[in-house]
Design a protein around this ligand. Sequence first.
Ligand code: PLP
Length: 443
Amino acid sequence: MQREHLIKPLLGHKYPTIAYGQGVFLYDEDGKAYLDASSGAITAGIGHGVQDIIDAMQEQAGKVSFVYRSQFTSKPAEALAAKLSDLAPGQDYWSFFVGSGSEATETAMKIAIQHWQEQGRHGKNKVISRRMSYHGITMGALSMSGHTLRRRRFVPLLEDFPVVAPPYCYRCPLHSSYPSCGMACADDLETAIRRIGAEHIAAFIAEPIVGAAGGALTPPPGYYARIKAICERHELLFIADEVMTGIGRTGAMFAMEHDGVEPDLIALGKGMSAGYTPMAATMVKDRVMAPILQGSRSVMAGHTYSANPQSAAVALAVLRYIEQHGLVQQAADRGRYLLAKLQQLAGGIPIIGDVRGKGLLLGIEFVRDRATKEPFPEAAGLTSRVIEKALQKGLLVYPASGAIDGVGDAILVAPPMVITEAELDLLAELLEAAIREVMEELG
Ligand code: PLP
């Protein structure tokens, strides 16, 4: 046996080797099929092996794959920025292209801080985020993340940014319940701003629907309108981290459309290039760019692969494909279908405590006791067991933390938007079998 050289997430674990992908299925080198009900890491939004995207990649590769952004611009990058602005809530956005969601949120943070600096307001340099949130793995992005597990090792190196209550209705952190709570979790932001002082805060960042750090935590309607109003009242920029929710996933091109909110900055990634190449974006409203345009005229951010023409051509082709095939509407319709299926499934499986989400970004939270919502002990490794059992059956689902601050069990179910109803039936069947087997093993 040859020694290994590739660092994989779990060292020593034997990962299947994938040979190819087609539609919502991946096939390993032994020919085993996997229904990709997680779109990888909620990324492969249009499925695998789409010929239109492969053609677009080849076409651009035949022209030029790389130009450096401080020497040249390129047609795909210019066209992509214009297209995203057209599609975004309220339009009038600039785009800064990067290679990952972490870079996109970190750049958003830096642009927000620069926005205030250019106006002489140098004290406004903190970013408020929420407990149970994930905005990326780089130090700046991790500083803004309330993901206990991913932060743990680096806490001494991270900025001590403030966090507020997440909109986690199933286990309200404020011990209240909707609607009688009056959305007190949104008002928690205002309380924090008053405590810290708006003169110290540049922005508030939030995932429209919390993904990996909560398992599709979905706030009540109107939550983000309230958040935006609070930000405006106290002169904070609102950064919507749409890395997971953006580009159709929730049944709207941008999840913020559900609440009619136009964020000041938007981070995109994942579904933007649907996994075909690394590509992410920080979108910035005109009014946020204005002081920079009137001031230094230079955004202090950037990477070697920023605005890469190859990746931009792919992202453009992905957007075209989504529009041509009506996939945003399809995500909404198929999402309703899948949600109903999962709710039905929950009826017969007592360890399912909650089913939630929007479009094709759905979450299932597991509990030991449905009446008390008592979670399984960490040692039971419930989430990993469900993921592993599903994998054995040829189904991919994604792990998410459950209850407050990383304790508890939840998974994300987020298949590509091209999935058919028959494939959703198969998904539900395999998932039910996996969960039932885990339940039986636990006794
Ligand atoms: N923001 C959100 C909401 C995410 O879900 C993720 C990744 O899971 C990120 C940011 C970081 O993106 P990346 O892993 O591409 O750096």
